[in-house]
Ligand binder design. Structure first.
Ligand code: UDX
Length: 435
């Protein structure tokens, strides 16, 4: 089927390439000409494992093309997916201006009937709004509207798209259902969950808010372990063995970040407020996660015996999580900034996020970016692990000890082997390290 995808960010680009992989004819559209030029050359503007290789494959199959010209792209397309950003507005609500701009253009340029599907995370009842705008702008054309929220995670986006736990489709008309079933016929019908438009829109917010709640919960329980003397790793493991709870998203850390959770929970609170509902639990999650960064700063300051000025710190990890170059709402960056403000000398490292982080930390001349962590290890007083890259997990602690016997270590992701740390006699701290 000929499909147009508007937006070549994480969701749009991964969806375009994966739709092409499952046999559709995809035209990916973006207003940013430099991005489209890059994609035409086979280059991927973001870091996402496996995506470049898959792009080469689908280009070879002649299943994908890139353009800035929406009008041309829309000719003969049966379905148009909206995958543009819905950034956070001042009041926490999702800013729909990119979505609505795209809708106006679809209405203006369409010459045949189309299914318009939102993949972007949009507030409840946006589908209704879209339908009204399309039919009012172009009453000659029959438009169908559907919601198909995307659940892919950065860093494992292809796997999430190609092997989804479920595909949610929300619609109010049979023709929309028919077209969506055709688009997703590559996947077993049992994976496809059918519902109405508003419910589909809310499922995405419900899922992200629940996962964010799970993380905030385990973070607070980790703090309790720290004070009481329990071991959070054992606790989370044992809790996760209960199939009603499940072991995923129970890793304590410096707080959740990224382009979705922080933004989506605020948007959900806004939806609740405007619909006379109370989500006090989600309110608490926001507060807990905001406070998390201060707690992390305190932990680091304590390990430095409250003397931060001019202390040299090697900072491992800047991305909001491993396997991405994304630093949006990265707790690592927020915490590093606070320490830099206190006068620490920070030597920052990341495997993919360094160039994005440079722009964000540009104002701090006491933050330097390094490629060789070993040179910095020799000269620093403290090593902070802030992002859980596998390579940091594998760090050779004997070599660290040999290079700098007095180095203190704080692991904000609990990825190091605590028995190894103790064996080498480091002064250290973890999350929830009560025992
Ligand atoms: C998330 C959702 O998982 C995905 O379904 C949705 O489509 C987009 O938002 P993503 O932002 O890529 O995906 O990252 P995710 O892996 O969910 O992690 C989000 C944040 O939670 C990160 O900061 C991560 O470090 C943190 N996290 C995650 C924890 O602190 N502990 C955990 O156990 C899991």
């Amino acid at each position: 089927m000929k499909i147009v995808v508007i937006g070549t960010g994480y969701v749009g680009l991964v969806s375009s390439i994966c739709f092409a992989k499952i046999g559709h004819q995809v035209i990916a559209v973006d207003k940013i000409a430099s991005k489209i030029d890059q994609l035409k050359k086979g280059e991927i503007p973001i870091y996402e494992p496996g995506l470049k290789e898959m792009l080469t494959e689908v280009v070879g199959l002649d299943n994908i093309s890139f353009t800035t010209n929406l009008q041309e792209a829309l000719i003969d397309a049966k379905a148009v997916f909206i995958a543009v950003g819905t950034p956070q507005d001042e009041d926490g609500s999702a800013d729909l201006s990119y979505v609505l701009d795209a809708i106006k253009e679809i209405a203006k340029y369409s010459t045949s009937s189309k299914l318009v599907v939102t993949k972007s995370t949009v507030p409840a009842k946006t589908g209704e709004k879209i339908k009204k705008l399309l039919t009012e702008t172009n009453p000659q054309i029959k438009f169908y509207v559907a919601s198909n929220p995307e659940f892919l995670r950065e860093g494992c986006a292809i796997e999430d798209f190609m092997k989804p736990d479920r595909i949610v489709i929300g619609y109010d008309e049979d023709q929309a259902k028919k077209i969506l079933e055709e688009i997703y016929n590559y996947f077993p019908a049992s994976k496809i969950f059918h519902t109405d438009l508003v419910t589909a829109e809310l499922i995405k917010y419900g899922s992200n808010s629940f996962l964010a709640t799970k993380i905030a919960f385990i973070n607070e329980i980790a703090d309790l372990c720290e004070n009481v003397g329990g071991n959070i790793k054992d606790l989370a493991y044992a809790m996760g063995q209960d199939s009603r709870i499940g072991g995923k998203f129970l890793n304590p850390g410096p707080g959740f970040g990224g382009s979705c959770f922080p933004k989506d929970i605020l948007a959900l609170l806004n939806i609740a407020k405007t619909n006379n509902s109370s989500l006090s639990l989600i309110d608490a999650v926001v507060k807990s996660n905001n406070n998390r960064k201060n707690l992390m700063v305190k932990k680091i300051v304590n390990l430095l015996d409250c003397d931060v000025e001019n202390k040299k710190i090697i900072w491992l990890g800047l991305a909001f999580k491993a396997n991405t170059d994304d630093i949006r709402y990265s707790p690592s960056i927020a915490i590093a900034k606070e320490l830099a403000k206190m006068g620490a000398q920070i030597f920052a490292h990341d495997f993919q996020a360094q160039s994005n982080a440079k722009k964000e930390l540009n104002d701090f001349n006491n933050v330097k970016f390094i490629d060789d962590i070993w040179e910095a290890i020799k000269n620093c007083e403290l090593m902070v692990i802030a992002t859980e890259w596998e390579q940091y997990k594998q760090i050779d602690l004997s070599r660290v000890k040999a290079l700098n016997p007095n180095l203190k270590i704080i692991d904000l992701r609990n990825i190091l082997d605590i028995s190894e740390i103790k064996k080498h006699g480091f002064i250290f701290d973890f999350i929830g390290n009560g025992s």
